[in-house]
Ligand binder design. Structure first.
Ligand code: BV8
Ligand code: ZN
Length: 255
C-alpha cells in the first residue's frame, strides 16, 4: 500500500489520534451504506425515512425500515477495518473514535472509547416520556411497540432535523480540537454537524487523512486522500504506525 512520504516521515510524532467513521467502514461487514444503490429501500432517501415527519406520517414504514436494518446488522460482524481501530486505540497515547454509525460494530469489535454521534439502533425510546429500552424488550413484530405510558416507541437514533446528544457532540468537537492527527474514514462527509469535525481539525493546521474508495466533497481539502477500502487501508496504516512508534499493542498475541 502506498502512503504519502510526508505522512510516513511524520507519523512517529502523532500521539493524539481522532477518528471519524461513517457507514463505509461497515460496508465490508455487509451493511449497505446510505448511498449504496440496489436493494429494497433504494427508492427512499435516508433523509426521507430517518426523520420525525416520516415517522409521524407512517410509523409502520419507518419501523419496517429499521427492522430490516436491524436484521442485516444482526448478521454482521466487525471487519478488519473495525479491528484495526481497536489495535490503534491500544497503541496510541490518546485515541478517540467518533462514529456516525448506529450499528454498534465498533463496540462489538472491542473499541472502548466510542462517541456515538447518532445514537445506537439497538435502543428504543418512547416518543412521549423518553423511556428507553433494549430492542429485545420492546420488539417490532409488525406492530409499533407501545410504552406503558401509551406513547409509541421509536428507534433510539438521531433523525435528520433532530439535535445530537449534547455530551457526544461536546466530546467529539473537543477530540477534533486537541488531536495531532485526524482520520475520516467511510463517510460521504455531507451530514452536519459530523462533517464539520474534519474541518475543525484542518483549520488547526493538523493533518487530516481521508480514507474512502471514492472521492467526497472533502477529498480536495484533506491533507491526504487515500483511495481504498477501510478494511485494506486501516490495517496497513496501523502497521506503519506501530512500526514507526516501535510498539506492539498489548492486544497483539505476537507481541
Ligand atoms: C441537526 C442516524 C440541527 C439515523 C443519521 C435541511 C433541513 C434539515 C436539516 C438540515 C438541512 N440541511 C442541513 C441539515 C442538517 C442535517 C444535514 O446535514 N443534512 C444533510 C443531508 C445535508 N443534519 C441534521 O439534521 C442533524 N441534526 O443538524 O440538527 C438542529 C438545529 C436546530 C434545531 C434542530 C436541529 C442530524 C443528522 C443525523 C441524521 N442521522 N443517522 C439512522 O442511521 O437511521 S445520518 C446517516 O447518514 C449516518 O449516520 C451518517 O451520518 C449520514 C451519512 O452517511 P455516511 O455515514 O457518510 O454514509 P454514506 O452512505 O453517506 O457514505 C458512505 C461512504 O463510505 C461513501 O463515501 C462511500 O464511498 C464510502 N465507502 C463505501 N465502501 C467503503 C467506503 N469507505 C471505506 N471503505 C469501504 N469499504
Ligand atoms: Zn412512554
Amino acid at each position: 500500500m502506498f502512503f504519502p512520504k510526508e505522512l510516513l516521515d511524520n507519523i512517529v510524532y502523532y500521539k493524539v489520534i481522532t477518528i471519524l467513521t461513517g457507514a463505509g467502514i461497515s460496508a465490508e461487514s455487509g451493511i449497505s451504506t446510505f448511498r449504496d444503490k440496489g436493494g429494497l429501500w433504494d427508492k427512499y432517501r435516508p433523509e426521507d425515512l430517518a426523520c420525525q415527519s416520516a415517522f409521524d406520517a407512517d410509523p409502520l414504514l419507518v419501523w419496517s425500515w429499521y427492522q430490516y436494518r436491524r436484521d442485516t446488522i444482526a448478521r454482521a460482524r466487525p471487519n478488519p477495518g473495525h479491528l484495526a481501530l481497536v489495535k490503534w486505540e491500544a497503541l496510541a497515547r490518546d485515541f478517540t473514535l467518533i462514529t456516525q454509525n448506529v450499528d454498534g460494530l465498533h463496540r462489538a469489535a472491542g473499541c472502548r472509547r466510542i462517541v456515538e454521534l447518532h445514537g445506537n439502533i439497538r435502543i428504543n425510546r418512547c416518543q412521549v416520556c423518553g423511556q428507553e429500552s433494549n430492542m429485545e424488550e420492546t420488539p417490532f413484530d409488525g406492530q409499533v411497540p407501545i410504552c406503558s405510558c401509551g406513547g409509541m416507541f421509536r428507534p433510539g437514533v438521531v433523525w435528520f432535523g433532530a439535535m445530537l446528544p449534547e455530551n457526544a457532540l461536546r466530546v467529539a468537537f473537543q477530540a477534533a480540537e486537541h488531536c495531532d492527527l485526524f482520520i475520516t474514514v467511510g463517510t460521504s462527509a455531507v451530514v452536519y454537524p459530523a462533517a464539520a469535525l474534519p474541518e475543525v481539525a484542518l483549520s488547526r493546521g493538523i493533518p487530516v487523512i481521508e480514507i474512502n474508495p471514492e472521492m467526497t466533497p472533502f477529498s480536495k481539502s484533506a491533507t491526504h486522500y487515500i483511495q481504498g477500502p477501510a478494511g485494506t487501508v486501516l490495517p496497513e496504516l496501523v502497521a506503519v504506525y506501530e512500526k514507526a512508534h516501535g510498539l506492539s499493542s498489548p492486544t497483539d498475541p505476537n507481541s
